[in-house]
Write a protein that binds this ligand. Sequence first.
Ligand code: ZN
Length: 418
Amino acid sequence: MCRHLCAAQAALDACKGLDSTQTEPGLYPDSHANDAAVVKQLTRPDPSSFANSDIVKVLNYHLDLAADFDSTTFKGCVVLTVETVVDNAEVIVLDIRDVNITSAASVASGTDVSGTATPLDWWVTRKEAKLGQAVVVRLPAGLAKGAKAFLKLEYSTAPSASALQWLRPEQTEGKQHPYLFSQCQAIHARSLLPSHDTPGVKSTYSAALRVPAPLQALMTAILDNEVAEEVTVDGKPYNQFRFTQAVPIPIYLIGILIGNLKKRDLSPRCAVWSEPEVVDKAAWEFEDIERILGAAEKLCGPYQWGRYDLAVLPGSFPYGGMESQLTFVTPSLLAGDRSLVNVIAHEAAHSWSGNLVTNNDWQSFFLNEGTLDTPSHLIIHLPLIVLQHYHLSRHMLVPSLTDSFHRYTRLHRLHCLH
Ligand SMILES: [Zn+2]
């Protein structure tokens, strides 16, 4: 994320006053307080999250959602593919905030949204101001360590969801169509989907997203169908798009964009998306994105995410940029002289620092931002030929960063993809 003070403040807010060792009176309903096996598994490795990720891990989220711009909500379900970390795992604890869950069930596969579902016992805790609520789902009985289960939760988001900004047509450049963008860092993903909303857990995700025609949906994932599937939702014409994120990510990197969006290809693996009134200006401004990505690869190693796309958002987007393989940026970067492209170098460098190697919790957030300052400056300020000549790539810079990591990680836990 660019505009570090805001991001750092958000991370600090996520941690302030939280203590994972405290047992908060009344947090779990009396009806379950005497179930010793359950209580023992209500662990909280991350003080910013209720997730008991040391008992059960989420391997994949499959979202099946429809966007409703009238009620400014999403409605549908998520299917979690989970794996137990211990024998006799009893429950999984997920984070939610302003999310209305209506059912929890066991299903046959990680993408089974309409097959036979076996209801599961579940309950929601009282609301905590910063954290939201925990939803506790009792797992199918008899799961041994390493066993998988598929859990379907039907739910809807609330108009107050802190991750979601619903814009009226007059708030867009074109003034004709509504618009939606999400921003999940640091702990807002829990208002979009029931999840282990902690950077200490990485999961893949897939999605089927329905949006009112003729709008385009994008996610921080590979778009599987360039041409929309035409479907009907509540008697209205909708476009359905499908997405796959095959690289495990911390859930704060999940993102959604819906609007009258057009694309301009900048290279075989890079493109810029924006409203039609802006997209050509954006394509000119960010024409060098392939060179930036190539320079980053010289420094940090192969780019592992397949595509790297940019999306120029409306002016209400509150940050300079938010990293992911579909990086969201503010239109204020469109200076007309490419003078602010350094922000893109910063966000591209997050493809390694932050997205592949991630702080384990928000108390160590500085690791995400601090370790990429050197590569992001080198990417933008040194011509590629200089990088090649002096072999600044993995021979010099990476050992230096590795040394920094080792020094920092004596004090701060770091979570790695590998
Ligand atoms: Zn950043």
